[in-house]
Design a protein around this ligand. Structure first.
Ligand code: SF4
Ligand code: ZN
Length: 361
């Protein structure tokens, strides 16, 4: 890896964050940062899934000297003061009450503004209590816990499996790209493909799957390269044996390096056309065995994945439809004049960057 280049990227990430981290507000430490219920496909049935973002001190990688990932400001959703164990459990119980009245099958997805398995964010006694609360709810058939790979240990996987018994369990890990240079230099993710594979292996020993997040269009890649990288990453992840692939187009978050580049007109979030292309091509590869899901943040908005403005709503709805039914047929009816602009961009962006760089010199 090019350490010099990485240092430049890290310095720029820290500059973009500025003092935003110190200016975080603590808010009410007994209430989760957010929680929402949506429809989800759970094996061959449809049910409800709750996504819970616990309010914690946030991601260790973003709080550390490396500055965190170039596109992420989740840390700003966290708090400067650590909630007490009781407050964290209250956050979880309050969020789960949104499932009152819902019937089985249910899925519970737990995020923090970092890693649910990091003991600094979620102390072991809180982890244990949360698992017990889930285990006591017979409606829950699936549990997804998000974490960086370094917190996936044999001991922890064994504890999770024994408390949650036969439920379908996945650890959500942001692989982002299977290319070490893209993951570490463009994104500053701070872990290698080998780290990801070791976490996968440890989880698999306990019958726990991996939900792998794949980033579409990290900074410094052209639109075309980002399509190629996402397709390669999804294909690699499926070959490595992940149980679900979640495709995440970059959305421009505040106080990030991506936002800095975007404000300087050096970054555009991915086209919805690109996203559809990636989903269509990789669906074939997965043969329906590994679900590929995508729920873009802010589709059609300037800061989110978008096309021309006229066709964005139809694309976003087709993508959500695809995630639920795993059928690429929904993409066949999509069409718009902006396809020409997108295709032109794919063909000429590399060359125009080269001319731009030469002129700058
Ligand atoms: S993407 Fe994940 S690992 Fe990276 S800074 Fe955000 S929370 Fe931390
Ligand atoms: Zn359009």
């Amino acid at each position: 890896m090019n350490e010099q280049l990485l240092k430049i990227v890290q310095d720029e990430i820290l500059k973009s964050r500025g003092s935003s981290i110190r200016r975080r507000r603590s808010g009410n430490l007994s209430v989760a940062s957010s929680a929402w219920v949506s429809t989800a496909r759970l094996k061959d049935e449809f049910g409800k899934a709750i996504s819970i973002v616990l309010n914690t001190v946030g991601c260790s990688h973003a709080r550390g000297a490396a500055g965190g990932c170039s596109m992420c400001s989740y840390l700003l959703d966290g708090t400067t003061r650590s909630p007490t164990p009781e407050q964290l459990v209250t956050q979880f119980e309050g969020a789960m009450s949104k499932l009152d009245g819902e019937s089985a099958p249910l899925s519970v997805k737990i995020y923090t503004s970092g890693s649910f398995l990091d003991p600094e964010e979620v102390p072991p006694n809180v982890l244990e209590r949360v698992l017990e609360l889930i285990a006591a709810d017979d409606r829950v058939v699936q549990v997804v816990l998000e974490s960086r790979p370094e917190y996936v240990s044999d001991e922890m996987m064994s504890q999770i499996r024994s408390v949650l018994e036969g439920r379908d369990i996945e650890i959500g890990i942001g692989l982002e790209s299977s290319n070490d240079d893209i993951r570490n230099i463009c994104i500053n993710k701070g872990f290698s493909l080998t780290d990801f594979q070791s976490a996968k292996k440890i989880a698999a020993k306990h019958g726990i799957g991996i939900r792998s997040y794949v980033l579409v269009k990290p900074p410094f890649l052209t639109e075309r390269d980002s399509i190629v990288d996402a397709i390669k990453t999804i294909t690699d992840a499926i070959q490595m044996g992940v149980t679900t692939v979640s495709v995440n187009p970059v959305n421009v978050q505040k106080y990030t390096l991506v936002e800095y580049l975007w404000r300087n007109r050096e970054y555009r979030p991915p086209w919805l056309w690109s996203l559809v292309e990636i989903l269509k091509r990789t669906h074939k590869e997965s043969q329906g065995i590994v679900p590929i899901i995508c729920d873009p943040v802010a589709p059609g908005k300037e800061r989110g994945t978008h096309n021309c403005g006229k066709c964005d709503a139809a694309f976003a709805s087709a993508i959500r439809d695809f995630s639920l039914h795993q059928d690429t047929e929904v993409f066949e009816r999509l069409d718009c004049d902006c396809k020409k602009t997108w295709a032109h961009n794919l063909k000429h962006e590399d060359a125009s960057n080269l001319v731009h760089a030469t002129r700058m010199k």
